[in-house]
Design a protein around this ligand. Structure first.
Ligand SMILES: [Zn+2]
Length: 153
Protein backbone atom coordinates (compact mmCIF):
# COMPACT_ATOMS: atom_id res chain seq x y z
CA UNK A 1 0.00 0.00 0.00
CA UNK A 2 1.14 3.52 -0.69
CA UNK A 3 1.50 5.89 2.20
CA UNK A 4 3.02 8.60 0.10
CA UNK A 5 -0.14 9.72 -1.60
CA UNK A 6 -1.36 11.93 1.23
CA UNK A 7 -4.33 14.25 0.90
CA UNK A 8 -5.04 17.12 -1.42
CA UNK A 9 -4.58 19.92 1.07
CA UNK A 10 -1.85 22.23 2.25
CA UNK A 11 0.80 20.52 4.30
CA UNK A 12 -0.57 17.49 6.03
CA UNK A 13 1.04 14.50 7.57
CA UNK A 14 -0.08 10.93 7.86
CA UNK A 15 1.20 8.97 10.78
CA UNK A 16 1.40 5.24 10.91
CA UNK A 17 2.30 2.43 13.25
CA UNK A 18 4.17 -0.56 12.02
CA UNK A 19 5.27 -3.90 13.31
CA UNK A 20 8.36 -4.92 11.44
CA UNK A 21 11.82 -3.73 10.64
CA UNK A 22 13.16 -0.44 9.36
CA UNK A 23 15.69 -0.19 6.55
CA UNK A 24 17.89 2.84 5.89
CA UNK A 25 19.04 4.06 2.48
CA UNK A 26 21.77 1.53 1.64
CA UNK A 27 19.76 -1.32 3.08
CA UNK A 28 16.80 -0.33 0.92
CA UNK A 29 18.99 -0.37 -2.18
CA UNK A 30 20.35 -3.80 -1.36
CA UNK A 31 16.85 -5.09 -0.69
CA UNK A 32 15.78 -3.87 -4.13
CA UNK A 33 18.79 -5.61 -5.69
CA UNK A 34 18.04 -8.76 -3.75
CA UNK A 35 14.37 -8.91 -4.66
CA UNK A 36 14.38 -7.48 -8.16
CA UNK A 37 17.85 -8.54 -9.27
CA UNK A 38 20.76 -6.21 -9.90
CA UNK A 39 20.19 -3.14 -12.04
CA UNK A 40 20.81 -3.67 -15.75
CA UNK A 41 23.82 -2.27 -17.52
CA UNK A 42 23.60 -1.69 -21.24
CA UNK A 43 26.55 -1.21 -23.57
CA UNK A 44 26.27 0.99 -26.65
CA UNK A 45 28.88 2.02 -29.25
CA UNK A 46 30.46 5.35 -28.31
CA UNK A 47 30.58 6.56 -31.91
CA UNK A 48 29.55 5.49 -35.38
CA UNK A 49 33.06 4.86 -36.80
CA UNK A 50 33.69 1.50 -38.42
CA UNK A 51 36.23 -0.01 -36.02
CA UNK A 52 36.78 -3.21 -34.05
CA UNK A 53 35.45 -1.93 -30.73
CA UNK A 54 36.34 -4.90 -28.57
CA UNK A 55 40.07 -4.37 -29.06
CA UNK A 56 40.27 -0.72 -28.03
CA UNK A 57 39.21 1.47 -25.13
CA UNK A 58 38.91 4.58 -27.27
CA UNK A 59 38.09 4.96 -30.94
CA UNK A 60 41.37 5.47 -32.87
CA UNK A 61 39.50 7.57 -35.46
CA UNK A 62 37.56 10.11 -33.37
CA UNK A 63 38.88 9.54 -29.83
CA UNK A 64 35.50 8.85 -28.25
CA UNK A 65 35.09 5.89 -25.88
CA UNK A 66 34.66 2.63 -27.78
CA UNK A 67 31.68 1.68 -25.62
CA UNK A 68 29.39 3.66 -23.38
CA UNK A 69 27.95 1.77 -20.46
CA UNK A 70 24.67 2.91 -18.99
CA UNK A 71 23.55 1.60 -15.63
CA UNK A 72 19.84 1.78 -14.94
CA UNK A 73 18.80 3.54 -11.80
CA UNK A 74 15.94 2.80 -9.51
CA UNK A 75 15.26 6.35 -8.50
CA UNK A 76 11.75 5.91 -7.15
CA UNK A 77 11.42 2.75 -5.08
CA UNK A 78 7.67 3.42 -4.73
CA UNK A 79 7.33 2.16 -8.31
CA UNK A 80 8.38 -1.31 -7.22
CA UNK A 81 6.32 -1.43 -4.07
CA UNK A 82 3.67 -3.88 -5.24
CA UNK A 83 6.26 -6.23 -6.72
CA UNK A 84 8.33 -6.15 -3.53
CA UNK A 85 5.27 -6.77 -1.38
CA UNK A 86 4.25 -9.75 -3.49
CA UNK A 87 7.71 -11.25 -3.45
CA UNK A 88 8.26 -10.77 0.28
CA UNK A 89 4.71 -11.57 1.35
CA UNK A 90 4.91 -8.54 3.66
CA UNK A 91 3.73 -4.95 3.53
CA UNK A 92 6.01 -2.09 2.64
CA UNK A 93 5.14 1.02 4.61
CA UNK A 94 6.83 4.22 3.38
CA UNK A 95 10.06 4.35 1.44
CA UNK A 96 12.95 6.42 2.66
CA UNK A 97 14.76 8.56 0.19
CA UNK A 98 11.65 10.21 -1.22
CA UNK A 99 10.97 13.74 -0.09
CA UNK A 100 7.54 12.88 1.28
CA UNK A 101 8.66 9.72 2.95
CA UNK A 102 9.26 8.93 6.57
CA UNK A 103 12.46 8.11 8.40
CA UNK A 104 12.99 4.82 6.69
CA UNK A 105 11.50 1.97 4.77
CA UNK A 106 9.41 -0.23 6.97
CA UNK A 107 8.76 -3.84 6.08
CA UNK A 108 6.20 -5.82 8.00
CA UNK A 109 2.62 -5.15 8.96
CA UNK A 110 0.89 -1.79 8.91
CA UNK A 111 -1.18 -1.61 12.09
CA UNK A 112 -3.25 1.31 10.92
CA UNK A 113 -5.87 -0.64 9.02
CA UNK A 114 -6.42 -3.34 11.54
CA UNK A 115 -10.05 -4.02 12.29
CA UNK A 116 -11.02 -3.00 15.81
CA UNK A 117 -13.12 -6.17 16.02
CA UNK A 118 -10.10 -8.40 15.57
CA UNK A 119 -9.29 -9.95 18.98
CA UNK A 120 -5.81 -9.28 20.35
CA UNK A 121 -4.97 -12.96 20.42
CA UNK A 122 -5.50 -13.16 16.65
CA UNK A 123 -3.40 -10.05 16.13
CA UNK A 124 -0.61 -11.64 18.15
CA UNK A 125 -0.81 -14.73 15.96
CA UNK A 126 -0.62 -12.65 12.78
CA UNK A 127 2.36 -10.70 14.15
CA UNK A 128 4.01 -14.01 15.03
CA UNK A 129 3.72 -15.06 11.39
CA UNK A 130 5.01 -11.70 10.19
CA UNK A 131 7.92 -12.05 12.61
CA UNK A 132 8.75 -15.55 11.33
CA UNK A 133 8.83 -14.28 7.77
CA UNK A 134 11.04 -11.35 8.76
CA UNK A 135 13.48 -13.64 10.58
CA UNK A 136 13.72 -15.71 7.38
CA UNK A 137 14.37 -12.69 5.19
CA UNK A 138 16.39 -10.46 7.53
CA UNK A 139 18.12 -12.68 10.09
CA UNK A 140 20.21 -9.76 11.37
CA UNK A 141 17.22 -7.64 12.33
CA UNK A 142 14.82 -7.89 15.22
CA UNK A 143 11.27 -6.81 14.46
CA UNK A 144 9.70 -4.13 16.62
CA UNK A 145 6.94 -1.53 16.76
CA UNK A 146 7.54 1.81 15.06
CA UNK A 147 5.65 5.04 14.70
CA UNK A 148 6.51 7.44 11.91
CA UNK A 149 4.82 9.73 9.44
CA UNK A 150 4.79 10.72 5.82
CA UNK A 151 4.47 14.34 4.88
CA UNK A 152 2.65 16.05 2.09
CA UNK A 153 3.21 19.69 1.25
ZN1 LIG B 1 34.85 6.98 -33.59
Amino acid sequence: MKTRQGFVSNSSSTSFSVFGIMLKGDETDSLLDRVLGPVKTTKDPGCSCDINRDEVKFCPVCGKPAWIETTEERDDPCEYETEIEEKLGLEVISWNGGENCGEGTYIGKNLRYWSKELPAIEKIEILGNVNNRLVELFPDKKANFFSDGTYDG
